[in-house]
Design a protein around this ligand. Structure first.
Ligand SMILES: [Zn+2]
Length: 220
C-alpha cells in the first residue's frame, strides 16, 4: 500500500465528493473501488485489467464491466492508457487528482433539472448532446448540434414526460424511424438490421436503463 495515502480520507472523499460530483451510479462506484483495490491500494498508480477476467473478477458480465469502465473514463476517474486483446492498462485517479472534485460547492447545481422541460427548452440541448458524447443515443452515429434531433425514449402519447430521464439526442434518421415505439424495441431493430453489434446492443440497453433511473444527467 502507498504509505503516503490516507485511505480513510480517500473513502470519505469518494463518498462525500466524487460520487455526487460525477453522479456515479452504483455500478460505476463499485468498479471504481475495484480498480482502486488493484492499483492505488497496492501502491501502484496503474491497474492492468485482463479482458478475460474482467467480468468474473468484478462479478458481472464482461459487457457490463466494460460499460462501467468506459463511463469512468468518460467522467475522468480513470484514464485508459493502453488497450489490447489481452486487456486494459488504466491510470486510476484519486478524488483530489480529478479537477474540480474537491472544490467546495463543486457538486453540479442540477436540482432544477428534475422539473426542467428538456424537449422544448433549447438552452438545455447542448447539455443533453454532451451527455450523449455527441453521438446518436440509438445508433451511436456522430452528432453535431445542427444534425441533432431530440426524442422521447418513452413516447409522450403513452403518458411520459419531457424530463432528462426521457429526452435524448439522436440522429434525424433514428428519430424518423423510431416513431412512437419504445426505445428498447427500436434498439433491437437496429441490432437486427446490423446497425448495432451484439455488444453495442447490450451496452445501449444498459444505458437506457441508467437513463431512465435518473443517473444520466445532462453534462455541464
Ligand atoms: Zn441514429
Amino acid at each position: 500500500m502507498d504509505e503516503a495515502l490516507d485511505f480513510a480520507q480517500v473513502c470519505k472523499d469518494i463518498e462525500d465528493h466524487l460520487v455526487p460530483y460525477l453522479r456515479l451510479g452504483s455500478g460505476e462506484r463499485a468498479m471504481y473501488y475495484h480498480l482502486l483495490r488493484h492499483s492505488r491500494a497496492e501502491g501502484k498508480r496503474v491497474a492492468l485489467i485482463s479482458n478475460r477476467r474482467l467480468g468474473s473478477s468484478f462479478g458481472t458480465s464482461s459487457t457490463t464491466a466494460r460499460f462501467h469502465l468506459r463511463h469512468l473514463a468518460e467522467k475522468g476517474c480513470i484514464r485508459i492508457t493502453d488497450r489490447s486483446l489481452a486487456g486494459h492498462t488504466l491510470d486510476v485517479l484519486l478524488p483530489h487528482e480529478i479537477p474540480g472534485c474537491l472544490q467546495p460547492d463543486s457538486a453540479p447545481k442540477l436540482e432544477h433539472l428534475a422539473s426542467a422541460d428538456c424537449f422544448h427548452d433549447r438552452k438545455l440541448r447542448p447539455a443533453i448532446l454532451r451527455r450523449e458524447n455527441n453521438a446518436c443515443f440509438y445508433c451511436l452515429r456522430e452528432l453535431r448540434p445542427e444534425s441533432a434531433a431530440f426524442d422521447h425514449v418513452v413516447p409522450v402519447s403513452v403518458g411520459s414526460d419531457h424530463s432528462f430521464r426521457n429526452v435524448v439526442a439522436c440522429c434525424f434518421d433514428c428519430n424518423s424511424r423510431k416513431r412512437n415505439r419504445p426505445a428498447a424495441e427500436f434498439l433491437r431493430e437496429l441490432y437486427r438490421t446490423a446497425r448495432l453489434s451484439d455488444d453495442e446492443l447490450d451496452a445501449r440497453l444498459i444505458v437506457l436503463e441508467t437513463l431512465q433511473s435518473g443517473q444520466l444527467v445532462p453534462a455541464r
